[in-house]
Design a binder for this molecule. Structure first.
Ligand SMILES: [Mn+2]
Length: 336
């Protein structure tokens, strides 16, 4: 799935570029519009970045409802959180319907099945891709448990590294395979493929039980306190609520809406102590990807059963641990 060529064509006011993506042709209008002011990368540079990590971004998004974070005037301008597929999509761009029963509404969201639909989303000014942790076959049963390590404002990245190692240790004891990546912000994500047997509430309970175990092992470095004002500002918040239904975080290989065009980048566990999230941008990740391939290529090969973690959750609940409530009662934390 690589671009096989491009040609310029004239259109209304500014020259567009047509990119060949597999069997598709995707037209990129305003290709020279600067999207990332730090180094001046353009909309076309963004499209070419996604072409360079094609298999990886498709693996991260495939068959998932996907929210598009659009920046029609570049990342310095207005941001549009787009749930519904914009009108005018080619007929080969697929969707998946998800319901919002509380509001008696539904949305037909982007459902990536091939690289061309990623590039079409870029044409629609999408910078960030935020997929659900479930797939089209059963949107109500997640197949991905997301561990989101968010450093609070006074927490350095060394502490994030140490907490990641604690999380890795607990995962190993559980027999779960975790796939780490930078968030593209200041934190780390670890994804675990799970059997799609549980609903969102149970996946969230399991995530909370895991977060509490990490906190027990590093109580001076980790917090699971939900209210931001009550958190130690030097701690790592393990944001289990990112597993709540309709919560999404930036996927592997998603660019972030930062002036530096940072990328949420898969890393190995062995790299946790060496990498700096700011090192991974659309300027650097293509060469890394060309050299290493997709470090998450094996993510679908082993699935974890949440039974042990659900047992931990039941134990914590029996022992009276207060659940601060799911996000339906609280404002969402930004994914950082
Ligand atoms: Mn985060």
């Amino acid at each position: 799935m690589a671009a096989t060529g491009s040609r310029s064509s004239s259109s209304s006011s500014s020259p567009a570029v047509e990119l060949a993506v597999g069997d598709r042709t995707v037209r990129i209008s305003n290709p020279d519009r600067v999207y990332f002011p730090a180094r001046g990368e353009t909309k076309l540079d963004l499209a070419r970045y996604y072409l360079s990590v094609g298999d990886g971004i498709v693996r991260a998004l495939r068959e998932r409802p996907c929210m598009m974070h659009r920046f029609p005037n570049g990342v310095g301008g207005e941001k549009v959180h787009q749930k519904r597929l914009p009108r005018g999509a080619p007929d080969w761009v697929e969707t998946v319907r998800v319901g919002f029963p509380r509001y008696n509404r539904y949305a037909d969201e982007l459902c990536v099945t091939e690289l061309a639909s990623v590039i079409w989303a870029v044409q629609m000014s999408t910078v960030e891709f935020h997929p659900w942790n479930s797939r089209r076959a059963d949107t109500e049963r997640p197949d991905e448990w997301r561990i989101d390590l968010d450093p609070m404002p006074e927490c350095g990245f060394d502490r994030v590294r140490r907490v990641a190692h604690v999380a890795h240790e607990v995962l190993a004891e559980l027999g779960a395979v975790g796939w780490p990546k930078t968030s593209g912000g200041s934190g780390l994500h670890v994804y675990v493929r799970i059997e799609p047997r549980w609903g969102f509430q149970d996946v969230r309970r399991a995530a909370l039980a895991f977060a509490r175990e990490v906190e027990r092992r590093a109580p001076s470095e980790v917090t699971t306190t939900w209210w931001r004002k009550d958190r130690d500002p030097a701690a790592v918040f393990v944001d289990y609520n990112q597993n709540t239904r309709d919560h999404t975080i930036a996927s592997a290989y998603s660019v972030r809406g930062h002036p530096e065009a940072t990328v949420s980048t898969p890393i190995t566990w062995g790299e946790v102590d060496d990498v700096l999230p700011a090192d991974f941008t659309i300027a650097t990740v293509p060469a890394r990807y060309a050299a290493l391939g997709d470090l998450h290529a094996g993510i679908d090969d082993s699935t974890y059963s949440l039974e042990t973690l659900i047992g931990w959750a039941e134990r914590d609940e029996r022992e009276g641990a207060a659940d601060p409530g799911d996000h339906d009662q609280h404002p969402a934390d930004e994914d950082i």
